[in-house]
Design a protein. Sequence first.
Length: 110
Amino acid sequence: MREHKFRQYDKEKRKFHYWGFTPDGFISPRHDIKESQEFTGLKDKNGKEIYEGDIVKEEGFDGKVVRIKEIKWVSNMNIGAGFNHRDDGKYLKVIGNIYENPELLKEKNG
């Protein structure tokens, strides 16, 4: 079972606030920030946790970039953008997020 963790982006301070149920207990959310992004339960190939709103680079078996996409929840077992929750993340690398690096999506897909 994965941890139920979330993050909220504080646009004024330009940083993330993390909250949720962790092994250390409950960390409360910020009530002045309405939008939260959920932890997918996956880590990328470098061990970085993957959240909704992250921009990831997917690499093929040969190490070449296959695509760059934003992570979104689509259903219970799918983290969106064609990535299945059953994947272990070993071909994914978090390269940014929609708040701090939106240009990453425009460059690759624009």
